[in-house]
Design a protein around this ligand. Structure first.
Ligand SMILES: C[S@@+](CC[C@H](N)C(=O)[O-])C[C@H]1O[C@@H](n2cnc3c(N)ncnc32)[C@H](O)[C@@H]1O
Length: 229
């Protein structure tokens, strides 16, 4: 079983997700205490996909995150570099154009998509800034980006409790429900070392995005960052 470390070597990250692919969605629901569904609804609202628009769901995994855009009538491309996650997704949604690709070297032409979105993926990419630049490159001028990622709870007492929950409760719960509990030790560590809301916004701006803003969900456990090209 593979467990990525905080240097996020791409082959380790991809094979860690290959290992958890079969149980990935179930484990997500359990560990997020059902909040994952609520977060996905908010992502759908922020992306605001329209019929016939082209949407890139980057680090889409099994494409659970892609479904709201497809339901809205958009043409959605789920892209990921874990073949295991893509295979589970393809079995569930055979009609979707699953694409193998690395977020830092996207296999798409410039100015292709009306919107690019990434849910719980950017934190796992080794070179965040080059992924943000690639997302910018493949977005049409005037198009939008929406990033859904774990972040920092804003209320200090809650932040403390949450950090304790993460570090102490996550691995034992994961041991009960996941095929690769060590992957959830990585999850906890990677959340703790991820930039907070203003720091991620600054990196979006540095990559070229305009009108950058964010909204906190569940008190800042998750943040939705957005921007336009
Ligand atoms: C936590 S899963 C999120 C899946 C999906 N977006 C969701 O919300 O359920 C993170 C995904 O990011 C993918 N990933 C990580 N680094 C990547 C990279 N550099 N390029 C493409 N995909 C990547 C992993 O393979 C994994 O499927």
């Amino acid at each position: 079983m593979t467990r990525a470390s905080l240097d996020k070597q791409p082959h380790e990250v991809a094979s860690m997700f290959d290992d958890v692919a079969a149980n990935y969605d179930l484990t997500n629901d359990v560990l997020s205490l059902g909040q994952a569904r609520l977060w996905r609804k908010e992502v759908a609202k922020a992306v605001d996909a329209r019929p016939a628009q082209k949407i890139l769901d980057l680090a889409a995994g099994t494409a659970t995150s892609s479904q709201p855009f497809a339901r809205a009538g958009a043409y959605v491309v789920p892209c990921d570099f874990s073949i295991g996650m893509l295979q589970v997704g393809k079995k569930r949604h055979p009609w979707m154009p699953f694409t193998a690709g690395d977020a830092t070297k996207l296999p798409f032409k410039d100015d292709t998509f009306d919107a690019v979105t990434i849910s719980f993926g950017l934190r796992n990419v080794q070179d965040t800034d080059s992924a943000l630049r690639e997302m910018y490159r493949v977005t049409k001028p005037g198009g939008r980006v929406v990033i859904c990622e774990f972040s920092q709870p804003t209320w200090t007492p809650f932040r403390t409790v949450y950090t304790e929950y993460l570090m102490r409760a996550l691995p034992p719960v994961a041991r009960a429900v996941s095929s690769n509990p060590d992957a959830y030790v990585y999850l906890a560590e990677s959340i703790r070392s991820w930039p907070d809301q203003p720091a991620l916004a600054a990196r979006l701006q540095k990559a070229g995005w305009s009108n950058v803003a964010w909204r906190n969900l569940t008190g800042g456990v998750v943040a939705l960052h957005r921007g336009t090209k």
